[in-house]
Each structure stands twice: as structure tokens, then as C-alpha cells.
Design a protein around this ligand. Structure first.
Ligand SMILES: [Zn+2]
Length: 197
């Protein structure tokens, strides 16, 4: 898989942020075309910032990463492992993937604290304000997804795309990640195949 230099904004077609994270791999089902848009820890920070899951300012995390490149590389690798575990837990019912999510979730909770929300009506988890913050936030998202009702979990019907999403369409018949992308491309391809035949 190749990695992309510039990524944001990241796709938001998953219907759950843990699926949006899986969708940071483009053309997942075709090894030769697959692109990983989370090429570095900074990309992970950018993704977390876009999805609003950090307790820190992104710049603070980026400067921590510059001071500890090997720590940042370790966290980057751990996030990619969690991302793949989400995919394999949902679409392959993989016990080892679920086990990784469970361990990472327990570790995240052990280091998180409950803080009063801005509305003062509820409390929410605040992840550590260090390099491990993104991993902890993502572990919580992963746990939230895999313990929810997964009957609407789908993978795009395109041969190569591999994007995943929750099908919340009224008739539960969404087969493409996006109608304008894979839907349109496959419709055109089918039309051309019919014309040739
Ligand atoms: Zn697709």
C-alpha cells in the first residue's frame, strides 16, 4: 500500500467515526491501488481534529511528536492496528481484532478522566493530553462501534473501493459508499458493458 502526502479533509461517509477511520484507506480491496491517507502521526492528529475527538490542541500534539519521534511513530502504528481491527472485527468477526479493541479500550479508560460537559448536564470521557491521546480516543470510538447494533454495517459493492458505512437508508438498500463516486462509476461501467454486448 502506498501512502498519501496530503489527506484532509478526510472522507465522512461511514455514519460512525470508527468507520470513517477505516475509510482513511482508499481502494482497500485492491492491493496495487490501495492508498493509506494516515501516513504519519501528524495525519492521525489531523484526522482526530477533523472529527473533534481530541482533548488537546492539534498543534500541542504535533510539537510533542517533534520532540519524541519514536513515541509518535509507535502511536501511529498502534492507531493503524486499531483501524484494521475495527474492519476485521466488523467484517470478519475476528476474535483477535476484538481482543485488541478490548485491550486498547481498557487501557484508554485507565488513563482517561470524566469531565463535566459544556452544557453542565452530563460528564464525558477526556483522553490523556499526551501522545497517547489519539490512540485512546480512537479506542473509545472502536469500542462504541463494535458494541452497537452492526446489522446495518456494509462495505461498498465496488470491486476495489472497500469503504465501509452504516446503511441508514430508509429501505436499507444502500450498496455504494457514495452515489456520486462508486455508484456513478459502476453505473457507467455497466452501461458500457451492455453496449459492447
Ligand atoms: Zn465505494
Amino acid at each position: 500500500m502506498v501512502t498519501a502526502d496530503t489527506a484532509p479533509p478526510f472522507p465522512r461517509v461511514g455514519g460512525h467515526p470508527a468507520f470513517d477511520l477505516v475509510d482513511t484507506v482508499h481502494w482497500r480491496l485492491d492491493e496495487r491501488r490501495a492508498i493509506d491517507t494516515l501516513a504519519s502521526f501528524d495525519d492521525v492528529v489531523a484526522w482526530c481534529a477533523q472529527f473533534g475527538v481530541l482533548a488537546d490542541e492539534p498543534d500541542a500534539l504535533r510539537s510533542l511528536a517533534r520532540r519524541d519521534p519514536s513515541g509518535a511513530a509507535e502511536e501511529h502504528a498502534a492507531v493503524l492496528a486499531l483501524r484494521e481491527a475495527v474492519h476485521d472485527a466488523v467484517f470478519a468477526a475476528s476474535p483477535s481484532a476484538v481482543g485488541l479493541i478490548a485491550r486498547e479500550h481498557v487501557a484508554a479508560l485507565a488513563r482517561a478522566s470524566l469531565v463535566r460537559g459544556p452544557d453542565e448536564r452530563s460528564w464525558s470521557w477526556r483522553v490523556p493530553t499526551d501522545l497517547t491521546g489519539p490512540r485512546a480516543a480512537i479506542a473509545m470510538l472502536a469500542q462504541d462501534l463494535v458494541t452497537s447494533d452492526l446489522s446495518a454495517a456494509r462495505q461498498c459493492a465496488d470491486d476495489a473501493c472497500g469503504w465501509v458505512y452504516l446503511d441508514t437508508s430508509p429501505r436499507h438498500n444502500r450498496v455504494w459508499c457514495t452515489a456520486a463516486g462508486c455508484g456513478n462509476r459502476n453505473r457507467v461501467a455497466r452501461h458500457q458493458a451492455r453496449k459492447r454486448a
